[in-house]
Structures are given as C-alpha cells and as structure tokens.
Write a protein that binds this ligand. Structure first.
Ligand SMILES: NC(=O)C1=CN([C@@H]2O[C@H](COP(=O)(O)OP(=O)(O)OC[C@H]3O[C@@H](n4cnc5c(N)ncnc54)[C@H](O)[C@@H]3O)[C@@H](O)[C@H]2O)C=CC1
Ligand SMILES: O=P(O)(O)OC[C@H]1O[C@](O)(CO)[C@@H](O)[C@@H]1O
Length: 380
C-alpha cells in the first residue's frame, strides 16, 4: 500500500487532507504532538468524517495511524523514508518547528530510496511550501541538498474547506462542510489523489481564495466579536455585518478582477457562494476560531493587509479593508495569545508603530491613516 505522512492530525489534517489520501488508497501516518489523538488513531485505526448538512452524511476514513514527533523521531524518519507524499496542516507558525525532523527524514531517505517524494504544505498562507522548504534546507548539508534535487519536490497549494473546532473531546470524528477545494501547483505528473486539482500557476487561485474566503471570514469574525456574536452564522444574521462583508469583498474583488482578468459576474457568484457557505448553521463555527492569531492575519502578505496595499497600488478603493483591519485591531479575546500580544503592542506603541512592526505599513501611509480613522470611528 502507498504511504503518506501528514504533519498535524487536527481539523484539516483528519477532516480534509488525510481523508482524501485515505480515500485514494493510501495509508496515512499522522504526526502530531497531541498524545490523545495519536493514541486513538493507533487504537481505533479509523474515524468518521461527518458532513455539516441536514442529512448528516458521514464517511469512514481508515488505514490511518499516528506518531508523536516529540517522542518518536526515529519512527517519523522511517515513515518519511517510505512515503510518496509528505503534507502538513499544522499552522504556518509551526512549520519552522517541524523542519529539523523533516530534514533528518529527507537526509536518510535520499540515501535509501530512489522514489520521488512530494512535499505540500496545506496552510492558509501564500507560498507556505516554499517557506517550509526554506526552513528544511537550513538543516541540510550541501551534499544532501544536491541529492534532493531530482527526488524531493516541493509544491505550493491552496486549501479550502471550513472545519470548525470539534465539540467531541475523546473522539477522532470530524465535522466538516461538504465543500472543498485543494489546488496544487506543479508541472510534474504526480500520483493522482482524489480531490486534488493540479494547476501550473497557483497565484490566481490562492489569492482569489485567501482574499475572498479568508478576508470575508475574518471580517465577519472581527465584526461579530465586536457585536458579541459567538458564531459566524449568528454574525451573518446581522444585516450591517453582511453589508460590510459585501463591501469589503467588493474591494478585494475589484483588485482580483483587475489583476487576474477575472469575469466580474463569475467573481460575484463566487463571492455569493462563499457567503452562503459561511451561513451554514450546522457548522457552529466560533468567531474566536475564525479570528484566531490576529498578528498572523495582520501580516503584510495575509488576507487583510495585502489586498489593501495591492488595491492602493492599483488605484482602487481600500476604505472597507481599512475598516476590516481596524476591527481586527479591536480583537481582544483573552483566550488568544496573539490577541493579547496585539493589544499590548497597541497600548505600548500606538497603532501606527504597531502596524509598521506587524503589517509592514509605513507610519504615515494613507492606509495607516485610514485604519486609524476607522479604528477611532468604531471605538466611539
Ligand atoms: N480549519 C479550517 O477550516 C482550515 C484551516 N486551514 C489551515 O490548516 C492549518 C491547520 O488548521 P486546523 O486544522 O484548523 O488546526 P488544528 O489546530 O485543528 O490542527 C493543527 C494540529 O497541529 C498540531 N500541532 C501543533 N503544533 C505541533 C507541532 N509542533 N508538531 C506536531 N503537531 C503540532 C496540533 O496538535 C493540531 O492537532 C492552518 O494553517 C490553517 O490555516 C486551511 C483551510 C481551512
Ligand atoms: O485557519 P486560519 O488561517 O486561522 O483562518 C481561519 C480561516 O481559514 C479557514 O479555516 C478556511 O479557509 C476558515 O475557516 C477561516 O477563514
């Protein structure tokens, strides 16, 4: 049986990427630090992926096992030696932490296995696999790096499926929305995986996804949080929030249409479809999950700041994106480490300096000034 190694046995790992590999006839070795999940994978050897619909359809995912990367280095290295794919869905900030072990696995693999290995990071981040590759290469010597050239391939990808936090402690089952899209950039012919779409240029796909699904979701989460809504569908029952999401996605849409020559009507349909996905009442998706890690989400290349800077460059409007950024700055959820740090940065340094440090925006830029105006208006 073909083997794949997947880092991150969380929501996307079990509910999306690992499930597709299992359905494509692979044995999936999940690697994670969560002992309870790893033990359950090894005991039960299967779990259910349940669809968030009125019919509650479910499918069995089998041929799965687990390894703990903190305590089972050798077993992880062994698994990497025999895998056809190595994927991650672990969070972009965690990639540097798993890179040393992957580097050890690749070093042993290239000396013992001539088969090709395909590495794909499945994270909400532009060029996540390139980033992972960079971290891995920091731990490789020159000889190994050159051996890797025609044996280990790194492909960027875009992943789209809403998988909320699961309210089922002690179970491996995962509730997911029915929709999914996994787009992988490569010109190689690679072993086919059910549900994987191959493209030669990922940029339009990942930007369209990140600046529509993720920008829209973030706007709803931050505005919903400010209005004391607990879930995304509850936030979308508020007409003002709906209007604000539409206005913001109008701005990202204008940039995407101009940049990639998209058809305006088709893009509007894409936006409408996504807002309907967000309304799914069976997902029960918390605003604090969707708004999690605001420092990452306020990064220069992420879902809020990049469309604003790109829109500005293209001579397009960015007022609603500035309002979205301002609402993110008011995310003060104490259960989120980054939200706590964000509030401390704002308190200690003020918004312009914080935006310079976190978002790479000049303190006197037009975007920064607009964000500060919007922030003050929301606070009133
Ligand atoms: N949940 C969703 O709807 C979507 C998430 N994504 C992306 O997928 C990635 C994963 O997100 P989720 O699955 O939602 O998160 P999650 O928190 O459910 O899963 C992450 C997993 O990584 C594990 N982990 C953390 N640190 C680790 C370490 N040092 N070594 C090994 N394992 C470690 C955690 O124990 C957890 O099981 C993120 O980049 C996210 O942006 C992308 C699309 C949709
Ligand atoms: O996973 P992140 O980057 O923290 O952001 C959460 C967002 O990503 C998703 O997981 C889907 O792409 C959404 O649920 C939400 O927009």
């Amino acid at each position: 049986m073909k083997q794949t190694v997947h880092f991150g046995a969380g929501n996307i790992g079990r509910g999306f990427i690992g499930a597709l590999f299992s359905q494509s006839g692979y044995h999936v070795t999940f690697v994670d630090i969560a002992d309870q999940v790893i033990n359950m994978l090894n005991e039960k050897k299967q779990y259910q992926v349940k669809l968030a619909t009125d019919k509650h359809e479910s499918m069995t995912i089998d041929n799965v096992s687990g390894l703990n990367n903190m305590t089972q280095d050798n077993e992880v290295i062994e698994a990497i030696k025999h895998a056809t794919y190595l994927t991650t869905a672990i969070g972009p900030n965690i990639l540097p932490r798993i890179a040393p072990l992957i580097a050890k696995g690749l070093t042993e693999r290239v000396n013992s296995n001539a088969e090709k290995l395909y590495v794909i990071a499945c994270e909400n981040q532009i060029s996540a696999t390139d980033l992972l590759k960079g971290y891995i290469f920091e731990h490789l010597d020159e000889e190994t790096t050159s051996k890797l050239a025609d044996k280990v391939f790194f492909f960027n990808s875009a992943v789209d499926r809403i998988v909320p936090i699961q309210n089922n402690q002690g179970s491996l089952d995962v509730l997911v929305e029915p929709y999914y899209e996994w787009v992988v950039e490569t010109r190689e012919t690679i072993p086919s995986i059910e549900g994987m779409t191959i493209v030669s240029d990922l940029a339009p796909f990942i930007e369209r996804k990140l600046f529509t699904v993720n920008t829209g979701h973030a706007v709803i989460a931050y505005l919903g949080y400010l209005k004391n809504k607990s879930t995304i569908d509850q936030a979308l029952a508020d007409e003002e929030i709906v209007k604000q999401v539409q206005a913001t996605l109008g701005e990202t849409g204008a940039y995407l249409i101009k940049q990639y020559g998209l058809n305006q009507d088709e893009h509007q349909q894409y936006i409408n479809k996504i807002i309907n996905r967000f309304k799914n009442p069976y997902l029960n998706d918390g605003v604090t999950r969707v708004g999690r890690s605001p420092l990452r989400k306020l990064g220069p290349n992420d879902r809020l700041v990049r469309p604003a800077t790109e829109a500005k460059k293209a001579g397009l409007g960015f007022t609603n994106l500035a309002k979205a950024i301002a609402s993110a700055l008011l995310f003060d959820y104490q259960g989120d480490e980054e939200a706590v740090k964000l509030q401390a940065l704002i308190k200690d340094n003020g918004i312009p300096a914080m935006l310079k440090e976190v978002s790479g925006l000049d303190e006197n830029s037009e975007i920064t000034r607009e964000i500060v105006n919007q922030y003050n208006a929301i606070k009133k």
